[in-house]
Design a protein around this ligand. Structure first.
Ligand SMILES: [Zn+2]
Length: 166
């Protein structure tokens, strides 16, 4: 028995094209540890093609993930949008051939997708996660504003004019 929240059942899929849609919610996404992911709402569409025992499936991720802002460390909903092509094939046993290539037991043609979906969400996270200009938490915003004012202080420009005698 495959135990997972999201299970891909290969037996019932038709030859040719198929679509399967999953919605990943707070309770699923908040389980990811170590990546500052606290929830969200992500739609995953499996756009697949079956050809006999072989399944080519694009995992298309779209939605928002609740994380932390890199600048002010306050909560931030980051938008994600990514496509990951994966391959599945019926065979003697269920095993991971590579990160994107899986063999699934012909006797029990079901595969738990939870781990794969968590990994793909982590991979889909933007490199830089920051609030829009002016939307950071106020405390941090005033700190940066202060720094900018210092940077524009004309006295700094004057100091740069000073030539040191050598
Ligand atoms: Zn921020």
């Amino acid at each position: 028995m495959v135990e997972a929240r999201y299970i891909l059942s290969l037996r019932g899929l038709p030859d040719g094209e198929f679509d399967i849609v999953y919605t990943l919610d707070d309770s699923f996404l908040a389980v990811i540890e170590g990546f500052d992911i606290f929830g969200g709402d992500v739609k995953v569409t499996l756009e697949g093609t079956r050809s006999g025992d072989n399944f080519e499936i694009d995992f298309v991720l779209e939605g928002t993930v609740r994380t932390l802002c890199d600048r002010c460390n306050a909560p931030l909903d980051a938008e994600i949008e990514a496509v990951f092509p994966m391959s599945f094939a019926l065979g003697a046993e269920t095993k991971e051939v590579s990160d994107s290539d899986f063999m699934v037991s012909r006797n029990e043609p079901e595969m738990g997708l939870d781990e794969i979906l968590w990994q793909l969400v982590v991979l889909a996270m933007p490199m830089r996660k920051v609030h829009e200009e002016g939307a950071c938490s106020e405390e941090v915003e005033s700190f940066f504003l202060h720094q900018q004012q210092n940077a524009k202080d004309p006295r700094w420009a004057d100091l740069e004019q000073i030539q040191f005698d050598k």
